[in-house]
Design a protein. Structure first.
Length: 414
């Protein structure tokens, strides 16, 4: 019995040793190796980005358009209709804070009253001054006529008396003529003063009229029928109650035309060289799983920009949605697959199968003995797969990772 047990134990040890030797001599049968075959079919190189839908055409809902002309830089929104509300033309959309404008209206009313008072005072003063001047001219005329009569009567007097009367008349005449000339100047000056005050009054009145007409625009109504979509501020945030609109961009919201939509997306500076106008795009909607729409790039920005909360440079790309869909709404998030290049009936393998050495690409092919290190010619390459133009057959089994032992395996060239 003991001998039998010894023999059985020895046989087991020998069997284990033989099994280890067999597995060592056949490394490609190791359970850690994973094999794949090439895939035949359409091959695409895509750049995937996220974007946001917007209407290609829309009607702007504007706040006051001339606040810059009256010295107001921005206006706060006190109330705003909920986004997505369908409104009719003329319906209330927003109310804006009028406090700064009301202060200006009060100031200009005071200025108007002051100008009116000054105009009245100037008219009275100039009228009194001119009245005195006219009375003075009348008196000087009487004096001149009196001197003239005395001069005519002096012709019967001595020559010296005649000369004295003549000088007195000439002096009275000159004084009269000077008074008349001065009156004309004084009258012109008075008219100018009144005109200046009248212009100041007109200016204040026009300014008040402008403020009052502008005040009506602080109640914002819809210029047409449509769905209200909020505009965005400079930092990308949507306008809301409490936001401010500026003098240079008084847009409060928009009424989009939902029949023509486009996706606005941003491509990083690494991929932007691959993107060009008229490239095809497959547009997915995050809100509707599985839905895909056809799109086409209509514009690519020439200058990069920094988006909020990001240090990377990106370029704006506008993608036109080629299909009409009643479910599309502005601000929906999109997943955009920009097709950079594509090929029909291509043979492709996972990038994990592909290796490089001295600018040559190769794969490891499974055989009954040792792996074969096969050189290949690649074509298109995307994020996960590479097209193989030459070097393998569809039925070849490829190592997904490096074989455990590649020592001494020669490269089989094309």
């Amino acid at each position: 019995m003991k001998i039998s047990k010894i023999l059985i134990g020895g046989a087991i040890v020998v069997a284990i040793a033989l099994g280890i030797a067999w597995f060592t001599s056949n490394p490609q049968e190791d359970s850690t190796d994973i094999f794949v075959t090439a895939t035949e079919g359409d091959f695409q190189v895509v750049v995937t980005t996220s974007g946001e839908l917007r209407a290609k055409n829309s009607t702007e809902i504007l706040g006051p358009r001339r606040i810059r002309d009256v010295g107001i830089r921005q206006v706060q929104i006190n109330w705003l209709i909920p986004e997505g509300t369908v409104v009719k033309e003329g319906e209330l959309v927003a109310r804006l804070d009028q406090s700064e404008l009301l202060t200006k209206i009060q100031d200009v009313k005071i200025s108007l009253e002051t100008s009116q008072s000054e105009l009245t005072s100037t008219k009275l003063d100039t009228a009194l001054s001119l009245s005195k001047a006219r009375n003075n001219i009348i008196n000087l005329n009487y004096d001149m006529e009196e001197r003239k009569a005395e001069m005519e009567q002096s012709k019967y007097e001595a020559p010296a008396t005649q000369q004295k009367a003549k000088i007195a008349y000439q002096k009275a005449e000159r004084t009269y003529e000077q008074a008349k000339a001065n009156y004309e100047k004084e009258e012109a000056q008075a008219r100018a003063q009144v005109r200046t005050k009248q212009l100041e009054l007109n200016k204040a009145q026009n300014q008040l009229n402008e403020y009052l007409s502008l005040q009506d625009q602080f109640t914002v109504t819809a210029p047409a029928d449509g769905m209200v979509i909020y505009d965005r501020e400079w930092d990308g945030r949507k306008i809301a109650t409490g936001s401010s609109i500026g003098a240079w961009n008084p847009v409060v919201a928009t009424l989009p035309d939902l029949t023509e939509m486009e996706s606005i997306t941003y491509v990083n500076e690494i991929d932007i060289q691959k993107v060009a106008k008229d490239q095809e795009v497959i547009i997915g909607l995050d809100a509707v799983a599985g839905k895909e729409l056809n799109g086409k790039i209509v514009s690519v920005a020439n200058i990069g920009e920094k988006r909020p909360n990001s240090d990377a440079k990106v370029f704006e790309v506008v993608i036109s949605v080629l299909q009409k869909d009643t479910t599309l709404r502005p601000a929906m998030t999109t997943s955009n697959q920009i097709i950079i290049s594509q090929k029909k009936s291509a043979l492709s393998i996972p990038l994990e199968c592909l290796h490089t050495q001295d600018s040559s690409s190769f794969v490891f092919i499974k055989t009954k003995t040792r792996p074969v290190k096969q050189q290949v010619e690649t074509g298109l390459i995307n994020e996960n797969f590479a097209e193989i133009v030459q070097g393998i057959k569809p039925e070849d089994e490829l190592f997904l990772t490096l074989p455990q032992d590649t020592t001494g395996i020669p490269l089989r060239e094309l």
